[in-house]
Design a protein around this ligand. Structure first.
Ligand SMILES: Nc1ncnc2c1ncn2[C@@H]1O[C@H](COP(=O)(O)OP(=O)(O)O)[C@@H](O)[C@H]1O
Ligand SMILES: [Mg+2]
Length: 364
């Protein structure tokens, strides 16, 4: 027997395919799942081997079991397209290729699971990032144009003030104060204009700092809960910028909650994360979750644009700035919201050379 005949060799081939491969026996019990299958379905083989097909492939209203049975009875393969698999933690869209297998009296059915929404998601993200960048640079251009004459106006008002009697100075004061207010708004619109000063840092120190700052601002009825994965390796980033970005998100959550509620700041490692065009083996995922009223549906698709706000006193700059800072770190912010559960997820890729030093990933 040569190396290419051994079962472990075939197992390796199956584990290196791009698609999930699942094998069910004739009672529709799972007898095999390859590694991409585990990853796609976010399960481990240990958990699901021996489980029934409807639990492994929860297709909601169009259960998969009748199709598996049909394939076995007729001996005909079939493909189910754009099937939505609803797992407690995530929803994915897949194509299922179902083929009956018969060997030595034993029947079973092979299911290939191919994810179809990943490339859709990537192109949507790219489009969104491009649009946000365009909006940001338009705004920056505009802000620069306004800043110069504004400085002139303020200077002229100051000169005028010296020439005027006391009772008229009230008016020059208004010009000066309002110019200052505009000036600081413009500065915020322009956002940070320095390049990131990156260094190796512990993301939890960043999250602690944000917690500390927000804790001091919120009423007693708002609880901030930290849920960290202590095994996350250091990341290469600008601590001040990361604090600013995450602070903007946590502040929004606190503002949405008002007097009562809970904010969870959670850190985890996420694997096989695609950001823009790059696929990263590992990324740090930071979730900021609040149980407030949720983002107004009419705002949900626009909140990352500058000047989009749902608050009377808001500037609509917080999330646009946060997104800009995180994308300078090669990362991405996503958001989903329903009343009672709003989640902002920040993805920060882990540098390749650091990944290699993380235990438990060898051999994948
Ligand atoms: N956690 C949240 N819950 C509800 N609404 C939110 C949340 N985060 C952001 N928003 C909405 O997104 C809008 C934009 O946020 P942001 O860009 O920070 O600007 P601003 O806070 O100045 O309004 C907010 O005004 C709010 O309507
Ligand atoms: Mg804000």
């Amino acid at each position: 027997m040569t190396a290419s005949d051994t079962p472990s060799f075939y197992r390796r081939i199956l584990d290196n395919l791009g698609d999930g491969v699942l094998l069910f026996d004739k009672t529709l019990t799972l007898t095999y799942i390859n590694m991409p299958g585990e990853m796609l379905l976010a399960v481990s083989a240990r958990q699901v081997l021996g489980a029934r097909a409807r639990l492994v492939l929860p297709c909601g209203e169009q259960p998969v079991e009748p199709d598996l049975r049909h394939a076995m009875e007729t001996g005909i393969s079939l493909t189910k397209r754009n099937v939505t698999l609803v797992h407690p933690l995530h929803v994915i869209t897949v194509n299922l290729h179902i083929s009956p297998i018969t060997e030595d009296e034993a029947t079973g059915v092979l299911v290939q699971v191919q994810q179809v929404d990943r490339h859709l998601r990537i192109s949507m993200e790219e489009q969104l990032l491009a649009q946000q960048n365009a909006a940001r640079s338009l705004l920056r251009g505009l802000a620069h144009e306004i800043k110069n004459p504004l400085g002139g106006l303020r200077g002229a008002a100051q000169l005028l003030e010296r020439e005027l009697q006391d009772e008229l100075r009230e008016y020059t004061q208004i010009i000066i104060e309002e110019s200052d207010r505009l000036q600081s708004l413009l500065d915020r619109m322009l956002g940070p204009n320095k390049l990131p000063q990156k260094a190796w840092l512990n993301i939890h120190r960043v999250l602690d700092r944000v917690t500390q700052l927000v804790q001091a601002e919120v009423p007693a009825g708002v609880r901030i809960v930290r849920d960290y994965d202590p095994s996350i390796p250091e990341i290469f980033g600008d601590a001040d910028q990361l604090i600013q970005a995450i602070l903007n998100i946590v502040r929004n959550a606190a503002q949405a909650l008002g007097m009562h509620g809970r904010i969870v700041i959670r850190s985890r490692i996420d694997r096989q994360v695609t950001i823009g065009e790059r696929r990263h083996r590992m990324a740090v995922k930071i979730d900021i979750i609040d149980d407030g009223p949720g983002i107004k549906p009419e705002l949900l698709n626009h909140i990352f644009y500058p000047m989009v706000t749902g608050r009377a006193e808001g500037t609509g700059l917080g999330l646009s700035i946060a997104q800009g800072l995180i994308s300078q770190h090669g990362g991405l912010i996503e958001c989903s919201s329903v009343p009672g559960n709003t989640v902002f997820s920040l993805f920060l890729p882990l540098e390749e050379d650091h990944e290699a030093s993380v235990p438990g990933l060898g051999g994948r």
